[in-house]
Design a protein around this ligand. Structure first.
Ligand SMILES: [Zn+2]
Length: 253
């Protein structure tokens, strides 16, 4: 059975209960991490996953709350004894900058450091990212401050679709990315530049005919508005089930 685990649900300013948005996609043979703003070592272990066994990392875009801890993740996996190669997927904009950061850390001098391979994602709609018999992931450029991708994930044996908007303003690619998805995981940072409000996320879920809407990347801690009910706001524009994600929420497929 495939599973998505929400490792962090917060927007860029995290809080004690809500790490920056990142998630794990688990299938029979893959343990895929999507983004790495906060150091995921703790949350992966809290989710009963062995961080050294990650098979793939997808970096969506070069904002610190999505990639800031990636060098530390690599260092930690190395210190924890990883030897297996790791593949890292991202747009050239993202991976070129990350490689420079890693070079500043002198990663090529780390003794017996495991092999890391970068795999470029073309910035065009429905680009294959990672294709295995049980899971196919495609990328869709979305509308943010810099090049960024949403993901459409097909769990093949389960015949289920998981769609993730990543950080984005409403844009025409989103209903295509999320078309008839069983789960649409959509950001709900608010109606600011480069982002989406909960009612807008509901509109996109309706347009896409998604079967359920999970909200993520929302304001948390003291930056949350206690009077605001994001689920009710999304229900104004979407008739299906709406879930406000929390850290360590497991979604089964
Ligand atoms: Zn961002």
């Amino acid at each position: 059975m495939a599973q998505v685990i929400i490792l962090g649900s917060s927007n860029a300013v995290s809080s004690p209960e809500h790490e920056n948005t990142h998630l794990a996609i688990l299938t029979a043979s893959r343990q895929i991490l999507v983004d790495c703003g906060a150091n995921p070592i703790q949350r992966l272990q809290q989710a009963d996953l062995n961080p050294t066994l990650l098979t793939d990392v997808i970096l969506t875009h070069f904002h610190p709350d999505h990639v800031g801890s990636f060098p530390l993740l690599l260092m930690d996996m190395w210190l924890m004894g990883r030897t297996a190669p790791l593949t890292v997927y991202g747009l050239s904009y993202t991976l070129e900058r990350m490689e420079k950061v890693l070079d500043l850390y002198g990663w090529k001098t780390w003794p017996r450091f495991f092999p890391v391979q970068f795999s470029l994602i073309a910035p065009v709609e429905d680009t294959p990212v990672l294709h295995f018999p049980e899971v196919k992931i495609s990328a869709y450029p979305v509308k943010h401050f810099l090049p960024n991708i949403g993901l459409r994930v097909e769990f093949v044996p389960e015949n289920k679709i998981f769609a993730y908007s990543c950080d984005t303003a409403p844009c025409p690619a989103l209903p295509r990315l999320a078309r008839e998805a069983d789960v649409l995981l959509h950001e709900a940072s608010g109606a600011t530049e480069g982002h989406t409000s909960a009612p807008q996320a509901g509109e996109i879920a309706s347009q896409a005919k998604a079967k359920s809407l999970y909200l993520i990347h929302y304001p948390t801690g003291r930056f949350a508005n206690p009077a605001q009910d994001l689920q009710s706001e999304a229900r104004q524009t979407y008739g299906g089930p709406v879930i406000l994600t929390q850290d360590l929420l497991k979604i089964d497929f």
